[in-house]
Write a protein that binds this ligand. Structure first.
Ligand code: MG
Length: 243
């Protein structure tokens, strides 16, 4: 009790000394004026977003993962055409904020990893899993919202099959030194349907289905890719903001 009272006196003294030493203006920061951005309302992208897919006119932003023309079904959404392979953006990105909406098939087929499987690969290497995880158990670091084989999502915020779902992602690219060693890992923060499921999760390396991942130095910016895992998963309203 006595000690608490003493520390209270000391704290008050420090504050009042600081108050005398500094003026309020001395801690005001006028160095960088934030740009004006018009926020997106009702699912619209914010004014400074790069649109990656909002409809057929945006097929120009995508190619087959080998660089050939796009083979997926492209109308109001981009849908996996089974067996054709993954797709990637024409542009490259590093640190970014990504919004993407996805839908697994309404007609449920398969179980575990075989049900509505696809994936969003930041920099073509780091997978945020897309899966129908509504009443569909699989290994937890492989369900929807997992950073595949590395991080289990904090919760399962999945909607049912056939429903449009959202991911809002903040991705920080890994940093390498000139010798190619990793200085800082890649980080994912992810909201699934508005619910936080990955909170600054650090990656051990690129996504591997088998074995322990090991970083390999790469460019500061690389295309975003979407996976063909044999299920007709759809994507729409894809936009990105470089950070
Ligand atoms: Mg996948």
């Amino acid at each position: 009790m006595k000690r608490t009272f003493l520390s209270l006196i000391l704290m008050t003294a420090v504050v009042s000394i600081n108050g005398q030493q500094m003026k309020p203006e001395e801690t005001e920061d006028w160095s960088k004026r934030p740009e004006n951005v018009t926020p997106g309302r009702y699912g619209e992208p914010p004014s400074d977003a790069i649109i990656l897919y909002r409809g057929q006119q945006d097929t120009v932003n995508w190619v087959h993962e080998n660089g050939n023309p796009l083979k997926w079904i492209a109308d109001s959404a981009l849908t996996v055409k089974k067996g054709t392979g993954g797709i990637k953006t024409v542009k490259s990105f590093g640190d970014c904020q990504l919004h993407i909406e996805w839908r697994t098939p309404a007609v449920v087929e398969g179980t575990g990893q075989g049900r509505g499987n696809s994936g969003i690969f930041l920099m073509g290497r780091y997978e945020l899993q897309v899966l129908d995880s509504y009443n569909n158990e699989t290994y937890y670091n492989g369900q929807a919202g997992s950073i595949y084989k590395q991080h289990i999502p904090l919760v399962n915020a999945s909607l049912g099959p056939g429903e449009w779902q959202t991911y809002d992602v903040i991705f920080i690219a890994p940093r390498f030194n000139p010798e190619g060693q990793v200085l800082n890992p890649a980080y994912f923060t992810v909201f699934h349907n508005g619910v936080l499921i990955q909170n600054h999760s650090g990656l051990r390396g690129p996504t591997e289905n088998t074995g322990i991942p090991v970083y390999k130095a790469h460019e500061a910016r690389l295309p975003l890719s979407l996976q063909d895992h044999g299920n007709p998963v759809s994507y729409r309203n894809i936009w990105i903001r470089e950070l």
